[in-house]
Design a protein around this ligand. Structure first.
Ligand code: ZN
Length: 242
């Protein structure tokens, strides 16, 4: 079975459509969504609709809950807050209800998904350091926990002796007696210096995990956001992936 884990679409329809096409090419069996369908970008409605139609498992991100008024956007920076207001105004009733009903964590097939971190998902704290990652291993069951939120892909492995390390590279063989905490990066707003959309893929039969990059028409997204009057820095950062 092949499972794709996607996160942080952020209303970027062009990136999402390119990823959707790649999911078909890869013959993915299931799609798990780790939150933030909306925020920042220009297409909250179609992006939420796609998640609702295609995700076999889905959790809420902080931007999803902010757009539907479940949490305040006070902690967001000025541009993010402005974009959340715009996104909220352009979200259909059905799509808003879908986002409101999303849980904070889900587990299936030994895989936990949560937007920010498994220890305190409702506080939206980032996992930035190896120490942050290590602290979170006791808070999920099973072999895998997938997160988003920072938009920076990284694979952290805990060996059977409890040693924690970052696994370099874009693909790896999954060790049977190890556990993994993996950030799958962002579909719609990558921040690791690579503007291509990013998601994760587990091949259960081959015991392999890969981070997949998909190029899309960033220029078109940039132009659309600029024309609609969304904050310019949010459009500009897409060109460089940061
Ligand atoms: Zn995000």
């Amino acid at each position: 079975m092949k499972i794709a884990i996607i996160s942080d679409i952020h209303s970027n329809l062009e990136a999402m459509e390119a990823v959707a096409e790649e999911l078909v090419n890869l013959s993915v069996d299931e799609v798990y969504f780790a939150g933030d369908a909306v925020g920042y970008g220009a297409d909250p409605d179609p992006c939420t609709h796609w998640v609702a139609e295609n995700a076999d498992l889905a959790v809420a991100g902080n931007h999803d809950f902010a757009a539907v008024g479940i949490i305040e956007s006070d902690s967001f920076n000025l541009y993010a807050r402005e974009a959340i207001r715009w996104n909220a105004e352009h979200l259909g009733e059905e799509e808003a209800r879908y986002l409101s009903d999303l849980p904070l964590t889900e587990t299936r097939n030994g895989i936990t998904i949560v937007h920010a971190n498994p220890s305190l998902p409702e506080e939206w704290g980032y996992i930035f350091t190896l120490w942050d990652a290590e602290m979170n291993f006791p808070y999920f069951e099973g072999e895998f926990c997938f997160v988003g939120h920072s938009h920076q892909p990284v694979v952290v492995r805990m060996d059977s002796d409890g040693a924690v390390s970052i696994v370099p590279g874009d693909s790896l063989h999954l060790e049977e007696d190890s556990r993994y905490l993996i950030n799958v990066g962002s579909v719609g707003q990558p921040r690791d210096g690579n503007p291509a959309a990013c998601f994760g893929l587990i091949d259960m039969e081959k015991s392999e995990f890969s981070l997949i990059r998909v190029t899309y028409d960033v220029g078109k997204t940039h132009e659309k956001m600029s024309e609609l009057g969304l904050p310019q820095p949010l459009a500009d950062r897409l060109l460089e992936g940061k």
